[in-house]
Design a protein around this ligand. Structure first.
Ligand code: DQA
Length: 147
């Protein structure tokens, strides 16, 4: 089965973007880490990043269909700033009935107040935040265990 990992806006800049918050690993490093975790868990990895909300919505719909067809275990989603703004992503996850683990590299609750609210949390199975990029492997394990 497939595990989806979807990354939202600005995560293509990982490694150069606010390294004191997000660390020095690049998105390619994160993809390699996820590939390693999926190999250990016996899952196929479908790893993506987009700066466009609509791309994420289309991917969530397709992932939901794959999950409904028994071909996927769900998705780890780091929606970046769309986490805090997007009713559309909330509706997409709900509509697609996709199993989601919401992920943040940083501990959003220890940061600015505008990062404390998430539109994804109410439609996610679990939330992972503050473990740095290692959280991706932990979230994939949780996705596999709960499947
Ligand atoms: C983030 C936290 C968000 O608040 C922020 O907008 C991001 C990254 C994280 O991984 O810590 O882009 O999702």
């Amino acid at each position: 089965k497939t595990a989806f990992v979807f990354n939202g806006p600005n995560l293509n800049l990982l490694g150069q973007r606010e390294p004191q918050v997000y660390g020095h690993h690049t998105l390619a490093d994160v993809q390699a880490l996820c590939a390693q975790a999926c190999a250990e868990l016996g899952l196929a990895l479908d790893f993506r990043q987009s700066n466009h909300e609509g791309d994420l919505i289309d991917w969530i719909h397709a992932a939901g269909q794959a999950q409904q067809a028994g071909q996927a275990v769900g998705a780890v989603i780091n929606a970046g700033a769309y986490t805090h703004t997007s009713v559309a992503l909330h509706d997409a996850i709900k509509g697609a009935q996709l199993r989601v683990i919401e992920l943040h590299i940083s501990n959003v609750h220890a940061r600015e107040a505008f990062r404390h609210h998430s539109y994804l949390s109410p439609v996610s199975q679990a939330v992972m935040c503050g473990f740095g990029v290692a959280g991706y492997a932990l979230a994939l394990r949780g996705l596999a265990d709960g499947a």
